[in-house]
Write a protein that binds this ligand. Sequence first.
Ligand SMILES: Nc1ncnc2c1ncn2[C@@H]1O[C@H](COP(=O)(O)OP(=O)(O)OP(=O)(O)O)[C@@H](O)[C@H]1O
Ligand SMILES: Cc1ncc(C[n+]2csc(CCOP(=O)(O)O)c2C)c(N)n1
Ligand SMILES: [Mg+2]
Length: 367
Amino acid sequence: MTGNDGSVADLGEWGVIAALRARMPAGPLTSVGIGDDAAVVGAPSGNVVAAVDMLIEGRHFLRDWSSAYDIGVKAAARSLSDIAAMGAVNTALLVALAAPGTLPASWAAELADGLAAEATRAGAGIAGGDTARADYVTLAVTALGDLAGRLPVLRSGARPGDVVAVAGLLGHSAAGLALLMSGVLTPPAATGGAPASVPPTVSPVIPPASVPPADAAAAPPAQAPAPAPDDALAGLVAAHLRPAPIYEAGPEAALLGATAMIDISDGLIADLGHIATASGVQVNISTPGLPIAPALLKAAKALPSTSGTTALEWVLTGGEDHALVAAFPPSVTLPPRWHPIGEVREGTGVTVDNATHAGPGGWQHFR
Ligand SMILES: Nc1ncnc2c1ncn2[C@@H]1O[C@H](COP(=O)(O)OP(=O)(O)OP(=O)(O)O)[C@@H](O)[C@H]1O
Ligand SMILES: Cc1ncc(C[n+]2csc(CCOP(=O)(O)O)c2C)c(N)n1
Ligand SMILES: [Mg+2]
């Protein structure tokens, strides 16, 4: 299933499953993996932690931008990071894949490699899935995890006085998306990452003007100057195409006594809003404590129509990096990868430097 070996329709459903199976290790806790009616996965501490997330062509990715490997990584990372955000260790993924019959079999193989690589990075395997034909590539990845005897870290446990800290990147994926949407950078997949025989992909179902950040989306792709290669900017595009959550920071936070935790898929403000609501508290973000990578400032300058606050906006409202954000009792000594960015107070909602932030604070489907 590599090279110029035809389409998934040529292989047929069972052929596709066999080919995927050969590339996706079952993982250490799976005693029955791909090939039976259901998988059997060990749950060493007695409770199964489970999450599912979809990844939809045109909504979450474009095949013109992302290689099949990128899409596999991203689909896996979205669900794996939800398990980490409960303080749990990932054990196995179930992968539901729908795709057009014209999809090259080698594309499906690359997808399996990306899924397998990211699952392995999180310590998990791939225990099963489902395969069907559809007009667009759609993935629904279920992740299973284990709490190793600990209590789950919920969204609802934050208490006034807690310190809010983040582990992982903020705003990189949003900046990478803005660079791609504006045409300032060409996606690697368009220059060799995807097979030449990839069928035409759909255009984004999201009108560009509604995709955050709005200032970047407004930039005209055609007129954008072709810049010299820039590793810092290319790194942002890579962060968008292949998020790399720090999975082990989830169980680490649980062991440290985190009172609440969430992974940032929609945006820092939006996702902290879920903690604030579930916990019945207010969260204040202090912008001087926010890690704003120099690459973000560079990207904001490289985009034709951005303002001086664009890099900060990406950090505050950009999703898809899947950093973990957690509340810790003030007595906890945080390891270096946990950066304090704010505090929990009495009240409601999320404030930024004690003020309400204008706008939705992140991504929301159907808006
Ligand atoms: N269609 C659905 N049916 C049942 N439960 C759902 C459905 N959609 C979401 N949920 C549940 O709602 C809660 C919040 O889900 P949500 O998808 O917003 O969280 P998330 O996966 O962390 O974020 P995101 O999907 O934005 O990455 C979860 O408990 C999830 O299982
Ligand atoms: C082609 C294209 N256009 C826009 C975006 C941006 N985007 C899509 S979904 C989402 C939030 C997370 O989704 P969910 O809430 O489903 O977890 C974001 C920031 C993208 N990734 N690709
Ligand atoms: Mg979800």
